[in-house]
Design a binder for this molecule. Sequence first.
Ligand SMILES: [Zn+2]
Length: 451
Amino acid sequence: MTSILTARWLLPITSPPIDGGAVAIENELILEIGNLQELQKRYPDASVRDFGNCAILPGLVNVHTHLELTVFRGRLEESHFQSWIRRLITLKAERLTTDDLMLSARLGCIESIRSGVTTLADTSDSSGPIIALIESGLRGSIFQEVFGPDELQAGSSLEGLKARLDAHAERLNSAGREAQNRITVGVSPHAPYSVSAKLYQAVARLALDQKLDVAIHAAESADEAALLRDGGGAFGESLHRREIRFDPPGCSTIGYFDRLGVLDTSPLLIHCVTIDESDIALMAAKKARVAHCPKSNAKFGHGVAPLNLLRQAGLPVGLGTDSAASNNNLDLIEEARFCSMIARAERKDAAVCSADEMLRMMTIDGARTLGIDHTIGSIEPGKQADLIVVDLNNPHNLPSYDPATAIIFSSSGRDVIMTMVAGRVLYSDGLVSSIDEKLVGEQILEIQNRL
Ligand SMILES: [Zn+2]
């Protein structure tokens, strides 16, 4: 069955906006784009849904989340990163069950669907996110986290990782082909202060052998840089207190990852705030990719990643919200506006990060960052029908002379009125169809009382 979606604006992203544009879809695929009259002539039997004064665009790609941490929104307002992490680990271990983490991930999926995200790259410890992703209908990569700052833990951490990967494979297997087409599994050796050199080497070898994608928190803070430089800073003190030996390599995070063979996996590097031009050259040579999380970096007071240098070097850079525990929402449109504003403020240049660039960053660049730009990220014939509709009729985004400007600088995820993944409508008429929102809301309040 062919159907046509039309609105005031169609934004294919990889070609110019079409005024009065329309997109014809069949099953999970985009058949054709053009104006409504043309498409109706070609597909006379197609059903037509006209959204009026709205914009149809490709689904948004959030390249870094922690869905299982959504329930910590507003709960961890520590003023120092290291104490934030410590509190997070304690609360997660002492007050939450596996089921709670799954509910938390469900809430993150609901928020994502409602705000127009159709693909996300999630780094997670528990099985909650993959279960929630399978049932939600969202597309994504699940990066299974692995920890172990003590070299002596390397063997057992690796075995634990393998067991979790097997469990994920089994889950996807029993979920069937439709879920397998949407979801891939990778690995995430968490960060230099939580993973030993030995474990990094072992995980890199595993990833290369098994062709697993890798995501790592990298060069996020000055404390991380100090740890690698001379073993100092808050992370150095913490490891010392716990009597965990750390031999500082005396170089940057990126240089350290190069020495350990981690860069040979062309990893998705999350944050990249404390990097310089030689790091960027190394990252480009190894075809690394970057998850840019400007709000999380700003909220922790870590700084601003050198987005312009990364892009000039040709590195794929996507936009990530990070978790609701550090953002405090998963709204990628808000993230894009913040990204543009802070880049302009920092560089004292209003020519950087235009609305068009931000639209590309949320869509096709994000897809490229995850290596799936041949199937998603733009509205083109043959690609997956991952589409969203942004309402431009609200007081805060009326009038809209230019759709990109209206979306990036005047709208938010709350203006999304329809979300579709692979031709399946996940959100329309104010309701998410794949998850029981009311039930999840009630269960989250119960967890809140415990937290
Ligand atoms: Zn993160």
